[in-house]
Design a protein around this ligand. Structure first.
Ligand code: SAH
Length: 350
């Protein structure tokens, strides 16, 4: 539990029970969420109150390791949240936006074969506050981004460790906290939830928030190959998944994204592209190709550039909207659970 788990009403209740006036809670809430301030920085509060907040409602965010790459435009951090979970958060500055990539779980139970987090198994679910706290960290870090990028968070993507829809309620509560007009005031449409394809949760999503964007990790366009790469496909096969995404699109009128890690000789054939094209076209989806980030202990490699170009061409000829994601932060193990992997190895060796 962290102070970020409390909404304004809960924080008010707590402070009033300490004998503070209600406006004090609004003051603290605004500093936490608007200024991303730590208690030390809330110099308009008495030292006694700051001490009590620190002791009873800790921020619960400890930086264990921080690295930068891409000339400071990518910052990756290993955070310990709520005094227990160790997770990764990444900040990526681009010319027109700055994106925080957050984790929803410590570890993951989905077991996708090419994903470093998948190989760890699930340790814990994060609370709503522990998820939102990562964006607070990213906001502070954004002030140190190069001048060539916006130095405030414009976008949030749930593409860190974990499967957001396996921790659905806290993830949606975190989104609610991030968009709270009395707090951080991010726009829901600048927040993207990336899922392995948890069909029931995709169907429920518009009821909770019909602005938030949806990205679905396909990686294969037939059940046989997808069962292998994304084992969750056995529970929610492609036909059901496509139907759920189409339903989401009809209800929200937003374009879904399809993510596809390009793995050399595994899922990068023209044949897979030809199978993907009608699905993506039918869903009006945007296809995002991610050259595989090689993970420790896995023999798989990213597809060569020529293969990626050929795959893109098949999709484009079919009228599908497609981009290749630039890979960020490889030298700092920024991709996909690898910093945590390194941390575990180092701690095991001590
Ligand atoms: N559980 C969510 C978020 C995962 S991370 C989901 O499945 O969507 C975000 C994206 O990175 C997913 O599409 C995931 O499949 C992909 N990914 C995981 N490991 C990768 C790797 N080694 N190389 C490239 N993409 C990877």
């Amino acid at each position: 539990m962290t102070v970020y788990d409390l909404d304004l009403e809960q924080l008010t209740e707590r402070l009033v029970s300490w004998g503070e006036p209600a406006y004090r809670a609004r003051q603290v809430y605004a500093q936490l969420w608007r200024r991303s301030a730590t208690y030390d920085e809330m110099t308009d509060l008495s030292a006694a109150l700051r001490g009590r907040l620190e002791a009873e409602l800790p921020l619960g965010v400890e930086v264990l390791d921080e690295r930068t790459a891409d000339r400071g435009a990518t910052r990756k951090v290993l955070l310990q949240l709520g005094g227990r979970h160790v997770i990764e958060t990444v900040l990526m500055g681009y010319r027109d936006r700055a994106t925080a990539c957050v984790s929803s779980q410590s570890g993951c139970a989905m077991n996708c074969s090419f994903c470093a987090t998948g190989q760890m198994g699930l340790m814990n679910n994060l609370s709503a506050g522990e998820i939102a706290a990562q964006v607070v960290w990213a906001r502070r870090a954004a002030s140190r981004l190069p001048h060539s990028t916006p130095r405030r968070i414009t976008n949030v993507v749930f593409m860190g460790m974990g499967e957001p829809f396996a921790n659905e309620r806290p993830v949606l509560a975190a989104v609610a906290r991030l968009v709270d007009p009395r707090g951080m005031r991010l726009g829901s449409r600048h927040i993207t939830i990336s899922t392995v394809g948890v069909v029931p949760a995709i169907k429920r999503l518009p009821d909770a928030n019909d602005q938030v964007r949806l990205a679905v990790s396909f990686h294969a366009a037939d059940d046989e190959l997808r069962n292998e790469l994304v084992p969750a496909n056995r529970l929610w096969p492609l036909d059901d998944l496509v139907e759920a995404i189409a339903g989401w699109r009809e209800r929200t009128h937003h374009r879904p994204s399809i993510e596809w890690a390009m793995i050399d000789g595994v899922n990068d054939s023209d044949e897979q592209a030809h199978k993907l094209a009608p699905i993506a076209f039918g869903l009006h989806a945007h296809v995002n190709l991610i050259p595989l980030n090689p993970t420790h202990g896995s023999p798989t490699r990213p597809s060569p550039p020529g293969r990626i170009r050929a795959f893109v061409q098949v999709l484009e000829r079919a009228g599908v909207n497609v981009t290749v994601r630039d890979t960020r932060g490889r030298p700092i193990e920024a991709a996909c659970g690898q910093l945590r992997w390194e941390h575990d190895r180092a701690t095991a060796a001590v």
